[in-house]
Design a protein around this ligand. Structure first.
Ligand code: FES
Length: 593
């Protein structure tokens, strides 16, 4: 689109014809107060805060609904505009409670911010007409506090324009106008899709995320819990959506982008993603792990279409142990072009995955399917070879050694390598996200349970539990548990630890440490339109099709029946698509201009 210039407050601003005067000014760093305008919504021109004067045009104009034109000369500040803006603000706050400090949106409220920008006025021309409306906390996920509503209509437009749902609307007439649902129904009964667009665009604390749900949570994570609480950060909304669209191969490819052991995890992961799934606040969480199992069981080689071999680096890594963390690290290091050998003291690959989990929970086929892909990536596996010392490995020409030997039966690695001085220390902090262990010896790294248990007691606290095993202990590292059958309890965390180790080792070997892979072709943009669906919120999860692993049974509970294609598609359609909310442009306050 052709660019042109216009003048705003004496400054030359370059813009395009699709922009309003307000957008042109904001992009040029000139703030004009606005309340009913939102970048993602059609302008309404209702609040009258954004008024400007245009040379040669009579009266004043709402800048949000006036298109920018070449050569325009615009003024945003004058005595007259100030007078009108104060009046507009008075009208808005006439129905808004005067106290702000009790509002959960305090200091994050666009009304409060605009009022501060405009400043106070001596004159009071509009009488307060607050209608107390009691806070409605009977809906899941969202709180309605319509006493704080300023009728800007953003929520109404977001629900209708952005999502095609139209559940929230203006109710009543004249001074009795409010926001609500038809017949004052609960959101569940009004066919709400619970996408959160209304809360995302609300400029005040009128529609907000329920404190009941958000309490104690990191908001950034809690708005997309499935992805953010997955230890390896799988793009859950994307793979679930692809299942709903019948694109099963693409869905599996998305899982593989973050997880090299998808078949195994689809049986044994403890579904951290489901614990906080927002759908669970309405009725049942989406059966995310079973959906992963569905695509993992039927996958083809589609995901390998874009698999590009890396240039061999000539560097060699010895991985001791073939449990989930060792397999993961070996896979990624091989993908980065390093020569990788796994030394396994046992006669079979898999470590605790193979030895502590019942085949009724983790079928042999799933285990072998994933392991075969590790071998296909070029990893050499030497079975019955567990007795090497670290010195021997370096003498054999390995450039780095990774201890992925677990700790369950033999204690921390320092005990097993008693001739070596191996203090294991966190390289990147002790949170799972940054969990990455180096040892006191250059070129020797640790991951998985060996890393957890090898960390000094400053970081680990062992506590006896009344649980199934006497030796159950929990670490201070959030989410980390270690006991017999660790691979079952925390396979996905072990995988994350293996990924972190691979990043660290790749960097040690002069690589960039970037393990990002893209297997699913970039599909067309996800449609933000959800549409209205009768009874959507009541759609339940088929109880007998979902048997989540039970930690207490430590891998002995059977896996249950897999979903049929029809069930998988139906289940995937229950997803609230919380990721769409994060695509809504967040508010920017005047202090940011
Ligand atoms: Fe322009 Fe409300 S922002 S009239």
């Amino acid at each position: 689109m052709d660019k042109f210039t216009l003048t705003i407050d004496g400054r030359e601003i370059t813009t395009t014809a699709d922009k309003s005067l307000l957008e042109a000014a904001l992009e040029g760093g000139i703030y004009i107060p606005h309340m009913c305008f939102h970048e993602d919504l059609r302008p309404e021109g209702a609040c009258r805060l954004c008024l400007v004067e245009i040379e040669g045009v009579e009266g004043v104009k709402a800048s949000c609904s006036t298109k920018a034109e070449k050569g325009m000369v615009v003024t945003t500040k004058s005595e007259h505009l100030e007078h009108l803006r104060h009046l507009a603000m008075e009208l808005i706050i006439a129905r808004h409670p005067a106290e702000c400090t009790g509002c959960p949106k305090y200091l994050n409220c666009e009304l409060q911010s605009n009022k501060q920008f405009i400043g106070g006025s001596e004159e009071v021309r509009v009488r307060k007409q607050i209608k107390p409306i009691s806070v409605n906390d009977s809906n899941p996920l969202f709180t309605h506090d319509f006493t704080r509503c300023i009728l800007c209509g953003r929520c109404v437009r977001a629900c209708y324009e952005l999502r095609g749902v139209g559940v929230v609307s203006f109710i009543g007439k004249g001074k009795d106008t409010n926001i609500g649902t038809a017949y004052d129904r609960l959101l569940m009964d009004a066919d709400c899709r619970f996408c959160g667009a209304c809360a995302a665009v609300c400029p005040t604390g009128s529609i907000r995320d329920s404190e009941r749900y958000m309490e104690g949570k990191d908001k950034r994570k809690a708005l997309l819990p499935c992805k953010n609480y997955c230890p390896v950060g799988i793009d859950v909304p994307r793979y679930v959506r692809l299942i709903a669209e019948g694109k099963f191969d693409e869905s599996y490819a998305v899982v593989r982008e973050s997880l090299p052991l998808p078949c195994i995890c689809s049986y044994v992961c403890l579904s951290f993603c489901e614990n906080d799934c927002r759908r669970g606040q309405i009725n049942d969480p989406v059966g995310i792990r079973e959906l992963k199992r569905f695509v993992s069981e039927r996958h083809t080689d589609f995901w390998k279409r874009d698999l590009k071999p890396h240039e061999p680096t000539g560097k060699r890594v010895a991985v001791l142990g073939s449990g989930p963390s060792g397999l993961t690290a070996a896979y990624y290091l091989a993908r980065k072009g390093h020569g990788v050998t796994i030394f396994e003291q046992d006669a079979q690959i898999g470590g605790m995955l193979r030895h502590t989990i019942s085949r009724k929970r983790l079928p042999k086929e799933a285990l072998e399917d994933d392991i075969n892909e590790i071998i296909n990536a070029g990893v050499e596996i030497r079975l019955n070879e567990g007795g090497k010392t670290i010195d021997q490995l370096f003498e054999e020409g390995y450039n780095a050694v990774l201890l992925a030997i677990g700790s369950t039966f033999s204690g921390p690695p320092a005990l097993r390598f008693k001739d070596e001085d191996l203090n294991i220390t966190p390289m990147g902090g002790i949170e799972v996200d940054t969990y990455n262990m180096a040892t006191s010896r250059e070129g020797v790294f640790a991951c998985g349970d060996v890393a957890i248990n090898g960390v000094t007691e400053d970081f680990i606290e062992y506590t006896k539990s009344e649980d199934y095993y006497e030796d159950f202990h929990e670490s201070l590292i959030e989410g980390m548990v270690a006991n017999r059958g660790d691979s079952y309890r925390s396979a996905t965390i072990a995988i994350k630890s293996g990924k972190n180790a691979a990043e660290g080792i790749d960097q040690f070997l002069d690589g960039d440490g970037d393990l990002t892979e893209r297997f699913a072709s970039i599909e067309e943009e996800q449609s933000p339109i959800l549409g209205r669906e009768k009874g959507f919120s009541r759609l339940g999860r088929r109880a007998d099709a979902f048997q989540r692993p039970v930690p207490q049974y430590a891998g002995m509970d059977p896996a249950g029946d897999a979903l049929t294609e029809e069930e998988a598609v139906e289940e995937a359609k229950r997803c609230l698509k919380c990721n769409l909310r994060l695509k809504i442009t967040p508010p920017k306050f005047w202090t940011e201009y």
